[in-house]
Design a protein around this ligand. Structure first.
Ligand code: CDP
Length: 223
């Protein structure tokens, strides 16, 4: 059976998905898509317009109207504006998981994610890529790590104290896991990887090994 040439990497907050997905994409020459950045961009726009997180109608309108682009150098553009830094603020992280519970937002962004994925081979990371967006992805990874390790890693990269980060990601994971629409969960056919005691290089090698095993005759895609 021919499957979409998508590598789906899902998992909870700060599990290291971005770092790994980016380097895997680079090694394979695939496009890298950070689906979380799209939810963050909608959340940023909603915050700026003071749209409450429960105004499903307005949020859906925003998601339909938003022009989100991925520019060279991992830049994220919202309606032509570079929002790469702004979408990483802690208040945007929280708002992103709130707007991500809105079915209208999800369906607008899902359509866009599928459109991008159909253009060519891609590594896409998020929460529902293997379960909902690309259920026929060639390879699905569920990348996990203990809450302590994830909080420590995010604190180190953001400069926010570890206990504060731990509270923020626990709250966000809880919301992402329990929402009605496309909750965070491991697809039955996903490979589970616990990166708590692994270096990024080890995680990358483990995934590339899986890629090679799934690629026809073990050839191709530079893996
Ligand atoms: O980088 P981090 O793991 O902190 O989060 P992210 O991937 O940037 O995603 C931010 C938020 O967007 C998540 O907490 C989810 O609520 C939402 N999200 C989602 O619902 N579905 C996706 N495919 C990706 C992100």
């Amino acid at each position: 059976m021919s499957k979409t040439l998508i590598i789906a990497i899902d998992g909870p907050a700060a599990a290291g998905k971005s770092t790994i997905a980016r380097s895997i994409a680079e090694r394979l020459g695939f496009t890298y898509i950070d689906s979380g950045a799209m939810y963050r961009a909608i959340a940023l726009w909603a915050l700026r317009l003071s749209i409450p997180p429960d105004d499903m109608h307005k949020l859906e309108q925003l998601a339909k109207e938003a022009r989100i682009e991925f520019a060279p150098g991992q830049r994220v553009l919202l309606n032509g504006e570079d929002v790469t830094t702004a979408i990483r603020e802690p208040r945007v992280s929280e708002a992103a998981s709130q707007v991500a519970a809105c079915p209208g937002v999800r369906s607008a962004l899902r359509a866009e994610q599928r459109r991008i994925g159909q253009k060519g081979p891609a590594v896409m990371e998020g929460r529902d890529i293997g379960t909902v967006v690309f259920p026929d992805a060639r390879l699905k990874i569920y990348l996990d790590a203990t809450p302590e390790v994830r909080a420590r890693r995010r604190a180190a990269e953001s400069g926010v104290p570890s206990d504060e980060v731990a509270r923020e990601i626990a709250e966000r994971d809880q919301r992402d896991r329990t929402r009605a629409e496309a909750p965070l969960s491991q697809a039955p056919d996903a490979e589970y990887l616990d990166s708590s005691r692994m270096t990024p290089h080890e995680v990358e090698e483990a995934i590339l090994k899986l890629v090679r095993a799934r690629t026809s005759n073990g050839k191709g895609h530079g893996a």
